[in-house]
Write a protein of this length. Structure first.
Length: 352
């Protein structure tokens, strides 16, 4: 009985000794961090290092690389798209036949599949100009070809085996099968001594701190946003309150369809929406449109479940569009991608 008690006392003593050793090691570790882990200047004096300022996730503000603006097909027969989630700005504008096309802008991305790519329309050039972007397209309208020359647009006219490829496995008409990638476009950007660095400021001002519009007097809830372009095309954004983004859908044959990426299978999302109306009309062969997009007007800025009215002003085709709150202050957008929806003036916008 006595030997059993001795063994128990020895066991307890071992445990105590082990705990003492562990506590001693922890104390030594803390002392090392405290004494030697402090930052010191060149004279050996201790100082508290300045914390790294928060940086944007959408792109590197210090980067001087020029954006790439790519004309994207939005004919319903061409769905689904590829690579649009990587665009930091996506414009959607009406074209002939009541459908829309996109202009997707990329900066410092390595997106491996983008498309499908379609032909240029002249008013899309205005938005390549305001972002100092290389304009990438396959084909052009008569008006776009004329303006690319007269406006001095740095364009890249891609085709199969020239910055792009055909994916004939899709079982679609040939005009819906052209795809490109950033890797294929980059070698074409520096041809003819073109600038590869931008010389203008970003179109939009981004905030690393969360912007919530709910405290503004004119704010209203924006959980579902329907933007009608024609009887053939409506774009819908639905607010995801968990992830604080809008999920994008589009109408097809009268039915709203989730707008998904062909590669990832995921629904496209957007952090900021800017939407406004301009007049459009047919001017050319096949119903080619033009826009009264130089001037000013009103619209909405939408983010984080709320919308506020704003004004827009575009002094000339090449000038940047300026977006302001009603008090005259320029808007700041949240750190994330932005969809700019330029809607026909006669069509319906519903925010609820």
């Amino acid at each position: 009985m006595g030997s059993i008690m001795k063994r128990k006392r020895k066991k307890k003593l071992k445990i105590k000794n082990l705990l003492f050793v562990l506590l001693t090691l922890l104390l030594i570790g803390f002392l090392i961090i405290f004494v030697f882990g402090k930052s010191r200047d060149e004279n050996g004096e201790e100082y508290e290092p300045e914390p790294e300022p928060p940086r944007l996730q959408i792109f590197d503000e210090d980067s001087k690389s020029r954006p790439i603006a790519i004309m994207i097909n939005n004919n319903h027969a061409a769905w689904p798209h590829s690579g649009l989630q990587d665009a930091f700005i996506l414009y959607e504008i009406i074209v002939e036949g009541g459908i829309t096309r996109f202009l997707a802008l990329y900066k410092d991305q390595d997106t491996a599949r983008i498309g499908s790519v379609r032909s240029a329309r002249h008013y899309f050039l205005d938005y390549a100009l305001e972002n100092d972007a290389f304009f990438v397209h396959h084909g052009w309208s008569v008006e776009a070809r004329r303006d690319i020359s007269s406006l001095g647009i740095h364009n890249i006219h891609i085709g199969a085996n020239n910055g792009a490829w055909r994916d004939t496995s899709l079982g679609k008409s040939l005009e819906h099968t052209l795809f490109t990638s950033i890797e294929r476009i980059k070698p074409l950007m520096s041809r003819n001594n073109r600038r590869t660095e931008t010389n203008i400021n970003n179109l939009l001002s981004y905030s690393v701190e969360l912007i919530c519009l709910s405290n503004m007097a004119e704010a209203k809830e924006a959980n579902v946003v329907d933007i009608v372009y024609s009887g053939a095309q409506t774009t819908r954004f639905e607010f995801d309150s968990v992830n604080r983004v809008y999920r994008r859908s589009m109408s097809r044959r009268g039915t709203m369809t989730r707008h998904v990426d062909a590669t990832t299978g995921e629904q496209y999302t957007v952090k900021n929406i800017i939407t406004y109306k301009v007049r459009n009309r047919s001017i050319g062969r096949g119903g080619v449109q033009t826009l009264d997009n130089v001037g000013n007007g009103t619209g909405y800025f939408i983010t984080n479940g709320f919308a506020v009215p704003i004004t827009w002003e575009k002094p000339s085709r090449g000038a940047q569009t300026i977006y302001r709150h009603l008090n005259g202050e320029r808007i700041q957008v949240n750190d994330g991608n932005t969809h700019i929806q330029i809607q026909p003036a006669t069509q319906r916008l519903e925010i609820k």
